[in-house]
Design a protein around this ligand. Structure first.
Ligand code: SF4
Ligand code: SF4
Length: 180
């Protein structure tokens, strides 16, 4: 193999053999029955979603492959994949799909299904915990910085209690170890 071939690596369509004994024929029906899944079956594997995706080149499974995996019934592989959680939710794929498959929203549905089965990456749980405790996902100014800058201890207008109350009505609270 030449150096150029080694650097290029395998084509993205070259994947591991599929273990048909693990396929779940109900999976695509589940996704299709969800509000975003109506056009799922219309996917004709054109890969436009993958071409539009700004992060696909970092993924083992590209967007069009994930959609194909859903259609094939590869439930465990999809729901345990890192890709559904790394999606930037930029909607580039969904905007460009010629078949109106709601790719981004389907990945949201996959995340919800994965969460219901407890398959949530630790960093996502950390973010949920931060939201429940601090009322925001990203701390713009750390506590010590606020003090140094003479700012109020709390960000004005930010109601962490309000957010906690809202979270109590969702299953997110259960995930972060609060009340169910
Ligand atoms: S762009 Fe749409 S039709 Fe093409 S592969 Fe992606 S989901 Fe399927
Ligand atoms: S929404 Fe997700 S899958 Fe779609 S283009 Fe953006 S990052 Fe890629």
């Amino acid at each position: 193999m030449s150096d150029a071939e080694e650097q290029t690596g395998p084509p993205i369509t070259l994947v591991e053999p599929i273990d048909v004994s693990k396929l779940d024929s109900e999976f695509r029906k589940t996704i299709r029955s969800m509000p975003n899944g109506e056009e799922l079956m219309a996917c004709f594997a054109c890969s436009t979603c993958t071409a539009a995706c700004p992060i696909a080149n970092q993924w083992d499974y590209k967007p069009h492959q994930l959609i194909r995996m859903i259609l094939l019934g590869m439930r465990d592989d999809v729901l345990s994949s890192k890709e559904i959680w790394e999606c930037l939710t930029c909607f580039q794929c969904q905007e460009r799909c010629p078949q109106k498959v709601r790719v981004t929203d389907i990945f949201f549905d996959c995340k919800n299904l994965a969460a219901e089965e407890g398959m949530i990456p630790d960093n996502i749980i950390g973010l949920a915990r931060e939201l429940a405790e601090k009322g925001q996902l990203y701390v713009v100014t750390a506590d010590w910085e606020r003090e140094d800058l003479g700012l109020e201890p709390e960000v004005p207008g930010l109601s962490a209690n309000g957010i906690r109350e809202i979270l109590k009505t969702t299953r997110t609270n259960k995930i972060v170890g609060g009340e169910s």
